[in-house]
Write a protein that binds this ligand. Structure first.
Ligand code: IPM
Ligand code: MN
Length: 362
């Protein structure tokens, strides 16, 4: 028996980067004697084309019968004009909700060989290694009432930011646990000077902090946090926040450390977990063999760590990625003068070779 992985390649560059990642996982299987069973399902635009639904029932079933889910990317211009509830993104929002993937982990760590890719000064960004823990299945993304309706002869748009205390508590606990295994610092982000829902958020963090006395806690308003992330990025360890603040701050943290093409993510619930790169489907470069597979490869590394507890295998991938970057290999999105430009396939080969080197050094 091995780990059952649902493979959802999705749209655009999704298929290329996921196939590259499966090659890396097959190598892991060989080196560490871990077995994987891959089963493929459809999500996003390709699922709309085939089944008229961005998340068909059989895909959901497949995910529910797996130990973890690996996802590429969804969306593209072809489906951009569909109504909101039939767009590829709806597949993402629905899978998060259906599988109760409430904690979204988005690490933003600077890779030294890529430090020049950051828009910030080197001395500011050096050493940055943070992880944003974003609540993913509630808040304003899902709150009711919502919609656009008529009030007299005017149109009114409405969304609702709502959190139940248990929804806050469970994600805050995940964040505390992660902080405990890292540098033991937690920044909770809210807008409690204005929003009641944020006041409740802060109260729950204060209650939970009693259970984690070893972790230092900082509260920041979201506007201030957005500033501090560009001002002193290296001082953050774990950031925990609600759905929409986390959406925004994780993009900001991502760009601060360099290429968005490098960022992995994990979306975790009590029972299920989904791993995907943070970047999108990049339809403009799809099929050209030049997409950067590293964010997806690093997402698989997170899967090994968080879903399967295979720490050594997970670290081998991470170290191999660092090794490849140190050796000067770059896909076009992260290319700079003096480096060696490679496509998706070659980059993947280099990571696989890198894994052999790392393992042989032990
Ligand atoms: C993300 C994306 C999604 C989100 C969109 C595509 C629905 O921006 O995963 O961050 O807002 O959650
Ligand atoms: Mn986003």
């Amino acid at each position: 028996m091995g780990y059952r992985i649902a493979v959802l390649k999705g749209d655009g560059i999704g298929p290329e980067i996921v196939e590259a990642t499966l090659r890396v996982l097959n190598k892991i299987s060989e080196i560490f004697n871990i077995n994987f069973e891959f089963k493929e399902g459809y999500i996003g635009g390709i699922a709309i084309d085939k089944f008229g639904d961005p998340l068909p029932d059989q895909t959901l079933e497949l995910c529910k019968n797996s130990d973890a889910i690996l996802l590429g990317a969804v969306g593209g211009p072809k489906w951009d004009n569909l109504p909101t509830d039939r767009r590829p993104e709806k597949g993402l929002l629905k899978i998060r909700k259906e599988l109760d993937l409430f904690a979204n982990l988005r690490p933003a760590k600077v890779f030294d060989p890529l430090i020049k890719a950051s828009p910030l000064r080197k001395d500011v960004v050096k050493g940055t290694d943070m992880i944003v823990v974003r609540e993913l299945t509630s808040g304003i993304y899902y709150g009711e009432p919502r919609g656009i309706y008529k009030e007299g002869d005017k149109r009114v748009g409405i969304n609702t930011m709502k959190y139940e205390e248990d929804e806050i508590r469970r994600v805050v606990r995940v964040a505390f646990e992660i902080a405990r295994k890292r540098r033991k610092k937690l920044t909770s982000v809210d807008k409690s000077n204005v929003l009641e829902v944020s006041k409740l958020w802060r109260d729950v963090v204060e209650e939970e902090r009693k259970n984690f006395p070893d972790v230092e806690v900082e509260h920041l308003y979201v506007d201030n946090c957005a500033m501090q992330i560009v001002r002193r990025p290296s001082t953050f360890d774990v950031i925990v926040t609600g759905n929409i603040f986390g959406d925004i701050l994780s993009d900001e943290a991502g760009v601060v450390v360099g290429s968005l093409g490098m960022l992995p993510s994990a979306s975790i619930g009590e029972r299920y977990a989904l791993y995907e790169p943070v970047h999108g489907s990049a339809p403009d470069i799809a099929g050209k063999g030049i997409a950067n597979p590293l964010a997806t490869i690093l997402s698989a590394s997170m899967m090994l760590k968080y879903s399967f507890g295979e720490t050594e295998a997970s670290e081998t991938i991470e170290r191999a990625v660092e090794y490849v970057l140190e050796s000067g290999y770059r896909t076009p999105d992260i290319f700079e003068e003096g480096c060696i430009k490679v496509g998706t396939e070659d980059m993947t080969d280099k990571v696989i070779e890198g894994m052999e080197v790392i393992v042989s050094q032990k």
